[in-house]
Design a binder for this molecule. Structure first.
Ligand code: NAD
Ligand code: WQD
Length: 341
């Protein structure tokens, strides 16, 4: 298939571009580089050995999105582009609703006009909200989220469901990612957050490389084995391969809209991840336990049975793989991607 990857220069999109090429698909990227650098594309080309066509514009622009579909042959879309910082979404809700919804509207409009029927969407475990029982299962039907970011994902799922059911032939996979971490094993592609990292793994990696003084562990009094919060961390290459599996399964789906959890099915605590990272680096790292972060849940992980049974996909990489690959990326690129090379 020839796959349009929106947000293909970003963290998960870039790894998925490599997995798509590896599986024999052609890719076209659209990205406005608002949270990524063009250097990523050069690295994708050198790693994959293929030319990666890129269209650099804001996907909320309906006319430009339509024009893209007029010039490129597209069989399917994987939609990653959007804003993703939970805390920032509380301060800038309108930006989050506008970007995360308008980009989907523009894509759906262009897909309808150009008769493109296959879509894979980046959703998130955050759609389960605070009341879902753990492990999370896709059947849970009271989706809610405590942040504008999370609600923009719930709304996207609703919009995509309604539009798909009203559009003959259209098929959508809603992929609910748990906590993606890690990097491509080459160390050439990885996560490069701008400013102070919000997420745990890039923060630990920046402590290890000397960019941050110490990790602050948010909360040591949760009702978990070691008192720190548990999450379902999954390797970004497993996640990337999950997109390929979903894409290739779309035409065979009995339901035309289907949600899939992509996770390992196992919880790991903050301190367990931190200790694993110390093993990857080969030395002790500084940390302190501080108060809980507002809005954090004590523990959640995926029931990933559906993705295994229906997509034939399962996460295979371990926590130690995730840490070793993150460390290779971070130590080879201490300041992240350069502006040019
Ligand atoms: P990212 O910020 O690294 O990648 C997003 C890419 O989209 C960036 O390259 C950015 O420049 C681009 N982009 C943003 N707005 C755009 C616009 N209006 N037009 C064109 N391009 C635009 O984020 P990521 O971590 O790779 O996440 C990808 C998707 O997965 C997002 O939808 C995110 O909400 C979702 N997701 C991420 C996580 C996570 O922990 N990283 C977890 C669950 C879901
Ligand atoms: C993991 C654990 C923190 C940083 C977020 C979004 C979610 C999804 C994935 C997009 C928590 C602790 C963190 C630090 C810490 N994204 N922590 N010190 O909060 O599970 O999920 O990213 O959809 O929607 O909410 O991930 O990596 O921020 O935190 O102790 O400096 O690490 O308290 O327990 P989270 P995270």
């Amino acid at each position: 298939m020839r796959v349009l990857v929106s947000g293909g220069a970003g963290y998960i999109g870039s790894h998925t571009v490599l997995a798509l090429v590896e599986a024999g698909h052609d890719v076209v990227v659209v990205d406005d580089f608002s949270n990524s650098k063009p250097t990523v594309i050069a690295r994708l080309e050198s790693l994959s050995g293929v030319h990666v066509p890129v269209h650099a514009f804001d996907l909320t622009d309906v006319d430009k999105t339509n024009a893209l579909f007029a010039v490129e042959e597209i069989d399917a879309v994987i939609h990653f582009a959007g804003l993703k910082a939970v805390g920032e979404s509380v301060r800038r809700p309108l930006d989050y609703y506008r970007t995360n919804l308008d980009s989907t509207f523009a894509l759906l409009e262009a897909m309808r006009r150009h008769d493109v029927t296959r879509l894979v969407f980046s959703s998130s475990a955050t759609v389960y909200g605070e009341r879902a029982p753990v492990p999370y299962i896709e059947e849970f039907d009271q989706l809610a989220s405590s942040s504008p970011y999370g609600r923009s994902k719930v709304m996207n799922e609703q919009v995509l469901t309604d539009v798909t059911l009203a559009t003959p032939g259209q098929r959508v996979a809603l992929l609910r990612y748990f906590n993606p971490v890690g990097a491509h094993p080459s160390g050439r592609i990885g996560e490069d957050p701008q400013g102070i990292p919000n997420n745990l793994m890039p923060f630990i990696a920046q402590v290890a490389v000397g960019r941050r003084e110490r990790l602050q562990v948010f909360g040591g009094d949760y009702p978990t084995a070691d008192g720190t919060a548990e999450r379902d961390y999954l390797h970004v290459m497993d996640l990337a391969e999950g997109h390929v599996a979903a894409l290739e399964h779309l035409d065979a789906m009995p339901e035309r809209v289907r949600a899939f959890n992509l996770g390992t099915g196992t919880g790991t605590s903050v301190l367990q991840l931190f200790r694993a990272f110390e093993r990857a680096v080969g030395r002790e790292l500084p940390y302190e336990i501080v108060g809980r972060r507002a809005g954090d849940l004590p523990a959640f992980w995926a029931d990933a049975t559906r993705a295994h049974e229906e997509l034939g996909w399962r996460a295979t990489r371990t926590i130690d793989d995730m840490c070793a690959d993150t460390w290779r990326w971070q130590s080879q690129n201490p300041e992240g991607y350069p502006d040019g090379e």
